[in-house]
Design a protein around this ligand. Structure first.
Ligand code: ZN
Ligand code: ZN
Length: 107
């Protein structure tokens, strides 16, 4: 606990833009605290976790296509499958990333 050197009242700890201040409610006296926050370390850990999740998701190729369910262009996973021998063109199967709706399209 610290007390204001101007009026002697109790100082409050205030955080602004990742910097800590001691703030006096009575007279408005404001002093910056020199102790550094451990924000940089926290950000590094968060970044690592995001990368791991992205790697696991990239199982299928992704394309932008009109989702019949959403009615707008979405990112969708797709796979191609050959049906009934080689006479017919291969069928593309899509899955919308937003709503997980599955549909097929002949190419
Ligand atoms: Zn004060
Ligand atoms: Zn959709």
């Amino acid at each position: 606990m610290k007390f204001c050197d101007k009026c002697g009242n109790l100082m409050n700890v205030k955080t602004e833009f990742s910097a800590k201040f001691l703030y006096c409610r009575s007279c408005g006296n404001k002093t910056r605290l020199n102790e550094k926050l451990e924000l940089s370390d926290t950000r590094k850990i968060e970044k690592k976790e995001v990368i791991v999740v992205e790697d696991e998701k990239e199982e299928f190729p992704v394309t932008q296509i009109l989702c019949p369910k959403c009615g707008v262009i979405r990112d969708a996973y797709w796979t191609m499958q050959q049906t009934r021998g080689g006479d017919e063109p291969p069928t593309r199967f899509y899955q919308c990333k937003e709503c997980s709706w599955r549909w097929r399209e002949y190419s």
